[in-house]
Structure formats: C-alpha cells, structure tokens
Design a protein around this ligand. Structure first.
Ligand code: GDP
Length: 703
C-alpha cells in the first residue's frame, strides 16, 4: 500500500458501470480500459483462442483484484473514473440494483453481430429505472458479418430512440477479407488508428476517401437529433449554417446527461480498436456525481432526506458492497454528501451504532492506496466498520436509511448439507458469508427435518452459490432436488374466538383472544391490527399476540408453506389477573389463527415468472404452444424484422427443462430470460396434488 492524500475534484469524477448481454465483450472491454487508464501491466486472454472456456470465477481469482473488486479507480485525462462492477445476469438483480444505485452513468456494450439480445433489454430496463445517462459501445466490429449501422438502427428501433453514432468503424474490405482498421470521429472528422502494445498508440489523420460521405451523413444526423434539444443547433440546421465542433459537443453533453440522447461508439475490444475514444466520451459526455441527488430516509419519521454531492450538509456515505477478503471486511462506500475523513465518528443509521472511520482506501487497478479523506461523489473502501449492505453512515443527528432495494423473492430452494459432518463449521461459515453478501439469498433450517434450506431467485443463482461453496470453502455438498418456494394465503374472512386455559398446579395460563383474519387489502396492508379497547387485553400482552400470529403464519395448514397476504384484526379478549402472561397470549393467538385459517378458504400460491422468448419468426407456432403447454399465459408478442419476441407469464414449476425444449423446437436459435413476476394461486387439481405430496411439510423458505 502507498499513502498519500488525493481527493479528485467533484467535476472530475465519473462513477461508471459497464453492462452487457453475456459474451458481448464486457470483460474484455473492462480489461482494456484498465490497461489504458489504470496501467495494469499485462493483458491476459480471457478465453483461450482454442475455445477452451475458463470459469470466470477462477479467472477472477487468477487476475486478482483488478476484475474481482467491485470498484476500481482509473485515471483518464485528469479525471478519476470509478469503474463499478455490475454483474450482468438477471438472476443477480439485487447485486445489479445495488451497484446501479451508486452509478452516475453507464456503458451498454453490444455485439456488432448479434445486436440487441435479451439481456441487453434487461440491463436497459435497469438503467432506465436508475435514470442513468449512458453511452453505447458496439463491440466485435472486427467479426465477419458485423454491421454497426444495422445495430445502431436496431438500438433506435427497440430501446433508445435517441441513440446516435458519434464514431464510425473504418473497414478495409478487399472482397476476400474484411478488416477493421480504426474508427472515424463524426464530430471532428478525423480517423483514429491504434498501434503498439494493446493498441496504446493512437494516431489521428484524415479519414480515407470512402469514409467522407458516411461521416458527412452521420454528422448531419447528429445535428438533426441534437436540434430537438438545443436552440443554437436548431437555428443552424434550419438555416443550413455550419456548426462548430465545440457547439456540437456541448449540446451532446447536455442531451446525454438529460437522457434525451445516447452517443454510440464503435470498436473491437479484442483487437484494441476504439477503446480510448470510448474513454474520451466517458469524461466528455457522462455526468459528474453532483448532477443527480439521492434520497435517504429518516428512520424515525420516515421523511425523505435529499442529499447531493456538492451540497452543503452532513456527511452521508452509503455502503453498497461488502467484501470479506484476506484483509477482513472491506466495505465499499459511495460518499453521497460531505466529506469522509479518517478518525471521524459517524453513526450507522440502521443500528444507531457510532463507528470510527479507520482505514480508508482507494482501490486502483492493481493496488490499494491508503487515503486520509474523500469527498462526496467519490467511491472508497473502508476497513473494519461493522455494517451491512445499504447501511448509511452519517453525522446527521437523525438516523438515516437508504431507500430499500428491490429484493427479488426467493422462489426456489435446495436442501443441502455437507457430505462430511466434520465440515459443518465451514459449511455454516460459507452460508453466513453468502447470505450477508446477497440479500436475495435465504438460508433457513427446516425445524422438522433439521435440513438446511438454501433459497434463491432462480436455478442459476443457486447453482453459482453452490459452486462457490464447493470451490472457495472446499465443501463436498449433498444437494436435494430443486424445490419451489410455495406460499399459502386465504380467500375469505374468518372470525376467531379462542380461550387458552391451563391449570396444573403452580401458575396457570389464561388468555382469550377474539377477532378476525381477512385477506390483506393490498401488498402494503398491515399484518396485525390492534383494535382492542378498554383494556380487555392488557397493553403489555399485545406484542405477544403479534408474535403468536407470526408463529401461526410461519407454516400454513395446507403444505406448511409460509402464509402471506393476510391481516389479523384483534378486537377483544380476556385476561386473568394472576394467570395471564405474554406466553399465554402468544400461544392463544397462534392456536386461534391456525383454526381461523381452516375457515378462511386457504389456498396455495406459486411463483409466476415473466418469460421473454426471442426466436426467428418461423418458430413462433411451436414456441407459443410450448409456453401454453407449460400453463403459460401469453401477454405480448412483437416482431422486429425476422425476430419474434413472445412474453408470457409461466409458473416457475413448469419452467424446469425449458432451456432444452426451446433449443430443440427452434433448432438452437431461440433464447429466453425470466424474472419473478409475483405469486399466483395454483389451479385446484395442482393444489390437491401438492397437498398429497407434501402433507404439512413443504420445504421451509422463510421470508
Ligand atoms: P462478457 O461475457 O461480456 O464479459 O464477454 P467476454 O469479454 O468474456 O468476451 C466473450 C468472448 O468474446 C471472448 O471469447 C472474447 O475473446 C470475445 N471478444 C470480446 N471482444 C471481442 C471483440 O471485439 N471481437 C471479437 N472477435 N471477439 C471478442
């Protein structure tokens, strides 16, 4: 580690994420950026040319902190660019959300051959949700069949009407061989070529003859797009006056930050073409951290507390990623407001704990640098401060919380255990660590079987966790078949009136509860409502009643799945001066609710997935009938050129093995993504089958 004080000026910071459909070249591009801007010394091939694929986790380990770290700072043209890792797969939405919440801008990478792919659309949605200005990078333009203009047109048609090319690929095609030789800058009208190791020498010169007309057209198109957002350019376009480069750049920056326009750049990360112009565009067009504020919440009043880099106000820092590594817990913080300095004491808003800011570090491509302080907008690492993801450290007298993340439901589960009983301690440690890192992962213990249940967002999510347990903790695991995380609910209101009374010498137990259980009125309805008047039940017993409700709802009466979507209203009851205790009320309520469930039309709910299938149009028939056979409900169909996209809601239980089916009915040309949509009641026949199958023993997946 090296030590010096170094705090970049706010306007010179860029917090950047890179997202892509898998295989579009995100890793390769990131590595090239780290090379040029972070000065890592060596570029290793990501996958060997022979096509042998290495596992990304192994690779990460081999390449150490550069790729694995969730944030690394590189320097480009006097700017500090914090590259924040945004995991790409939909199954990791929590991680993606968390990472996206600290970004100010993003690069969306597309493959120059495949164009817009299913995950491109997913990350596009995420970027929109977080209101992120962005650049697009059309990669792999060295490949046979790559077509930047076609991909740009597809981008405009399918996800971003304001997407506009700001450089063009220069391709040398002699009819036998196609070669990408460089890129041509649309605004400045110059050609750029990349020579030397990893293309690190950029040479600018006049573009080849053949590029002059395409460049003229692209510049006119850029001006036209910007004219919608800039008066000066509108006047110039209408009056047919020339527009100088600086005016175009200024207008493009404003429109990009306003998310009205998305600049598209071209290149090939693998062949080291177009990476430096992309970095130039990052500092030129993407915003500094003070452009957009964030909102925190006061724990006590629930009030919104706006914070902004550059604003006057208390220091606030958000913990967005926690890494347990060789050096202990490293927490990555985005400083939202104010200044964070070593030695300071801040409060963790969630726990109320005072925390001393000990070691602060900045993570570079291949080293850590110890720092004394950092300013709002920046991203730094903090060692040794106990906290969880999304905690806020602040010196505000109020206790501040971040907006809770959208945590997708854990809809699938495996029962797991180590084959070797002596590995139990390691097993628990591994589970604890993954559960802490990833709030969408739920670990629970089935009280009856004693099995450990690992629940997550989907098959792939769980597979990755299991694989990491095997490798990083050297565990040999026994894994049960995949199980669906069912829920139970009720369909009608039922009253209860229950007396719990026991008298067997010593102190007795006496508690009576009366009220009703009804289907909840919307997702935010309270689970427990206290309407007891005139002290029929003493105040201090009320929390025990709520606990009793929790006990009863933990396992439903049909298959033992957690019960959701109910509201209990406690209206009346009775207590005994000597024999009433919290335990008696807890027991009474649990028994009352169990009985009420029987009269309330209990029903089983199953996770329903939003499935999006892309395939050539001619396979539309079999794709749709396949989804219908899986109890799917088609909710949308769109056609772009020869491509058909079908959207459907399909029960998760029916999605096992879909990968293979889709492959076979589309001759390998179909792909799909899915996300949890919510819970839906199962049809009656299936409800009966589930009850027979599970009895009261569905795998316990706790909320
Ligand atoms: P990721 O899954 O998006 O991170 O993609 P990777 O960076 O791992 O790249 C996937 C594959 O595409 C690898 O075999 C890369 O070598 C290859 N690749 C990446 N960029 C390019 C490119 O610009 N041109 C070509 N031809 N291949 C590329």
């Amino acid at each position: 580690m090296t030590t010096h004080v170094d705090t970049p000026t706010l306007s010179l910071i860029r917090n950047l994420g890179i997202s892509a459909h898998i295989d579009a070249g995100k890793t390769t591009l990131t590595e090239r950026i780290l090379f040029h801007a972070g000065k890592i010394r060596k570029i290793g091939e990501i996958r060997s040319e022979a096509g042998a694929t290495m596992d990304s986790m192994d690779l990460e380990r081999e390449r150490g902190i550069t790729i694995q770290s969730a944030s690394t700072q590189v320097r480009w043209q006097g700017h500090a660019v914090n590259l924040i890792d945004t995991p790409g797969h939909v199954d990791f939405t929590v991680e993606v959300e968390r990472a996206l919440s600290v970004l100010d801008g993003a690069i969306l990478v597309l493959c120059g051959v495949a164009g817009v792919q299913p995950q491109t659309l997913t990350v596009d949605r995420q970027m929109r949700r977080h209101e992120l200005p962005r650049l697009c990078f059309i990669n792999k333009l060295d490949r046979e069949g790559a077509d930047a203009l076609a991909v740009a047109a597809e981008l405009r048609a399918r996800l971003d009407a304001g997407a506009v090319l700001i450089n063009l690929p220069i391709v040398d095609d002699d009819g036998r061989r196609r070669r990408l030789v460089g890129v041509a800058d649309v605004i400045r009208g110059v050609a750029q070529t990349f020579t030397g190791p990893v293309g690190s020498i950029v040479t600018e010169g006049p573009p080849p003859e053949s590029m002059l007309e395409p460049l003229r057209q692209a510049r006119a198109r850029l001006a036209e797009v910007l004219a919608d957002h800039d008066e000066a350019i509108l006047a110039a376009v209408v009056g047919d006056h020339p527009i100088d480069d600086a005016t175009l750049e200024r207008a493009l920056r404003a429109a990009t930050i306003a998310r009205a326009v998305t600049p598209i750049l071209c290149g090939s990360a693998h062949d080291n073409i177009g990476v430096q112009p992309l970095l130039d565009a990052v500092v030129r067009y993407l915003p500094a951290p003070d452009v957009r504020g964030r909102t925190l919440h006061d724990l006590d009043t629930g009030e919104a507390v706006p914070v902004r880099a550059g604003a006057e106000g208390p220091t606030c820092a958000l913990a967005f990623k926690i890494d347990d590594g060789a050096y202990g817990q490293l927490t990555l913080l985005r400083i939202l407001q104010g200044r964070l300095a070593r030695g300071e004491r801040l409060t963790n808003g969630r726990t109320g704990e005072r925390v001393r800011i000990g070691r602060l570090v900045r993570i570079h491509a291949d080293q850590m640098e110890e720092i004394e302080a950092a300013e709002a907008g920046d991203i730094v690492g903090l060692f040794g401060a106990p906290c969880e993801q999304s905690d806020v450290f602040s010196d505000d007298p109020r206790r501040l919380l971040a907006r809770p993340l959208v945590v997708p439901e854990a809809v699938m589960a495996y029962a797991i255990r180590p084959r070797d009983p002596s590995a139990l301690a390691r097993f628990s440690k591994a589970l604890g660590r993954f559960a802490r890192e990833d709030p969408s992962l739920k670990v629970s213990r089935d009280p009856e079987s004693g099995e450990t249940i690992l629940a997550g967002v989907g098959e792939l999510h769980l597979e990755v966790v299991l694989e990491r347990m095997r490798r990083e903790f050297d565990l040999d695991l026994e894994v049960g078949p995949p199980e669906i995380a069912y829920r139970e609910t009720i369909t009608r209101r039922a009253e209860f009136d229950h007396l719990h009374k026991k008298q067997d010498g010593g102190q007795g137990q006496y508690a009576r509860v009366r009220g009703d259980l009804a289907p909840a009125d919307g997702p935010d309805a309270p689970r427990f409502v206290d309407r007891v008047v005139s002290g029929a039940i003493p105040r201090e017993m009320i929390p025990a009643c709520e606990q009793g409700l929790g006990d009863a709802l933990a396992r439903g009466i049909l298959i033992g799945a957690p019960v959701v979507g109910v509201t209990m209203t406690l209206r009346d009851g009775a207590a005994h001066a000597k024999d009433s205790s919290p335990l008696a009320f807890r027991t009474a309520t649990a028994a009352a609710i169990r009985r009420a469930l029987q009269g309330a039309g209990p029903a089983i709910l199953e996770p329903s997935m939003r499935v999006s299938v892309d395939a050539p149009e001619r396979f539309g028939g079999p794709v749709i009938s396949g989804l219908l056979r899986r109890r799917g409900r088609i909710v949308g169909q769109t056609i772009h050129g020869d491509d058909l996209r079908v959207e459907a809601l399909v029960p998760l239980a029916e999605m096992f093995g879909y990968v293979g089916d889709l492959r076979s009915v589309t001759q390998g040309q179909g792909s799909f993504t899915m996300e949890t949509e919510g819970y839906e009641p199962v049809p009656e026949a299936i409800q009966r089958a589930l009850i027979t199958r599970y009895g009261r023993r569905a795998p316990t997946v706790r909320e």
